[in-house]
Design a protein around this ligand. Structure first.
Ligand SMILES: [Zn+2]
Length: 484
């Protein structure tokens, strides 16, 4: 790299105007600079005021917020002022002025308000009398905010961990404005105008040979939604209300036959009938039952139920202490041995610092979860079987040899039946009935990572977008977050 030639970069002296002016350019404490707002013209000195900018009924605090007000107007001859009535085409005449407050990037801790006098017009046609307001070139169309403020909000929205409330606090705006700007951005990115004039989702532009389909709880109630993802990229392709086969039919119509013909395999939960819907129309598509869902089913339908049965048995036998002990062991029984070992590796370490000021003791890792786990499985044959099945399932899903996997799954099914326990039998039956889809895993090398990742993502978005009962927005946020 050659050394920078500073002489060349220096602006010639005569253009530089370094000669100090004798009279000060501006009064003390005043900055004069080009704010970059199109057609903005300040008409008086800025002043501080305490008033609600946009008093919303929701804001019950009654707190008065400080704001910095810049009196202004649209610079003469710089706006595109209306001449003709947009309704009848007759000439317009001036009809007094009103005031409009436009929010700008905040200075320090206050809102910055551009308070503009706005020329009003009225149609000269006595039959029409239509009223038109002057254009404000430094205001965006949808909201009373400047382009610069909207850009700042969009930049902040690009950060993945920030909440809408945080952005509203930083930009001194309302959460509603942030959400509207965000939704507008998402609609532009993910939707397009359909032939019937309605907005519709843009279909995917690249093929996805491996897709996954899953359901998730929409709200605290019992409403479900379905999510379809590209398992290679993790991109969410579609989110839809409901969890019926109908969702799959609509998805296939939307992406079209050509796109569907490029799908090689679809991964889903054994407990749903999504896969059937795919195979009805495209019998060549392979169905894969992924590890994540199989473990989820095993934990929810076997581990959890067996533990509850055991708890009831101990209570009935009057062994209350042992029952209590078991009640607290839910997490331990559902965890994999690795995560228990990872926990125990932190033995003796401080996981929560204490405070001498507030008399809070520090918390150290002191219980060895693997010991508790080993004790549980040594005392109870069913827990031992749970442990064995988990280990074997994990191994079966790491092999790429279909024959080896077949043997292992066959063994698990036999063990399930041998227990004589109804929950294990249920699981054994499910494995048996979905055996071919499970064995496809060995050839497809599909990893559950993206399925699990999407599950976590939905939880985060739910928390960030909390408070908006707008499913459309929630779904768009999920699609967007999966592409980050
Ligand atoms: Zn008119």
């Amino acid at each position: 790299m050659p050394a920078t030639n500073y002489k060349q970069m220096t602006i010639p002296m005569e253009d530089h105007k370094t000669t100090p002016t004798v009279a000060p350019f501006a009064p003390p404490g005043v900055m004069i600079f080009n704010c970059g707002l199109p057609a903005f013209q300040q008409t008086g000195e800025a002043y501080e005021a305490f008033r609600e900018f946009n008093s919303q009924k929701k804001d019950k605090s009654g707190a008065k917020r400080k704001m910095l007000v810049f009196p202004c107007k649209v610079a003469d001859n710089m706006g595109l002022q209306p001449v003709f009535c947009p309704i009848c085409g007759a000439f317009l005449k001036k009809n007094g002025t009103t005031q409009i407050d436009v929010l700008h990037i905040p200075f320090g801790t206050s809102r910055t308000v551009l308070r503009a006098d706005r020329q009003q017009y009225q149609c000269t046609n006595p039959e029409c009398r239509h009223k038109v307001s002057e254009e404000i070139p430094f205001k965006i169309d949808a909201h009373k905010v400047t382009q610069q403020l909207e850009n700042l909000i969009k930049d902040l929205l690009g950060m993945s961990t920030i909440t809408l409330k945080d952005i509203a606090t930083i930009t001194k705006t309302d959460k509603g404005i942030i959400k509207d700007i965000d939704k507008k951005r998402l609609l532009e990115q993910y939707t397009e105008q359909g032939e019937d004039g309605k907005r519709k989702m843009k279909p995917p532009t690249v093929y996805s040979p491996f897709i996954g389909i899953d359901e998730f709880l929409l709200h605290k109630g019992h409403q479900y939604a379905t999510i379809i993802i590209d398992l290679t990229t993790g991109h969410v392709l579609q989110v839809a209300r409901g969890k019926k086969k109908d969702v799959v039919y609509k998805f296939m119509d939307w992406v079209g036959k050509d796109w569907m013909k490029h799908v090689k395999a679809v991964a889903c939960d054994m407990n749903t009938d999504y896969c059937e819907a795919f195979q009805e129309r495209y019998p060549d598509i392979k169905v894969v039952f992924d590890y994540f869902h199989i473990i989820k089913n095993f934990n929810e339908k076997v581990v959890s139920e067996v533990r509850k049965d055991e708890y009831r048995r101990l209570i009935a036998e009057g062994r209350v202490d042992e029952a209590k002990h078991l009640k607290g062991a839910k997490y331990i029984l559902m965890s994999s041995r690795e995560s228990l070992e990872a926990h125990d590796a932190l033995m003796g370490q401080v996981i929560k610092p204490g405070s001498q000021l507030f008399d809070i003791p520090e918390v150290k890792v002191k219980k060895a979860l693997t010991e508790i786990y080993d004790k549980l499985i040594s005392e109870n044959k069913l827990f031992l079987t749970i442990d064995m099945i988990k280990e074997e399932l994990k191994e079966a899903f790491t092999t790429t040899d279909a024959d080896v996997m077949k043997k292992m799954i066959g063994h698990i099914i036999a063990v399930c039946y041998a227990t004589g326990n109804s929950h294990f039998k249920w699981f054994g039956n499910m494995l048996k009935n979905h055996r071919s889809g499970i064995l496809t895993h060995a050839e497809s090398h599909l990893s559950s990572g993206k399925v699990e990742g999407t599950n976590r993502l939905i939880k985060t978005i739910r928390w960030q977008a909390y408070g908006f009962k707008d499913d459309e927005y929630f779904f768009l946020k999920i699609m967007d977050a999966s592409r980050r």
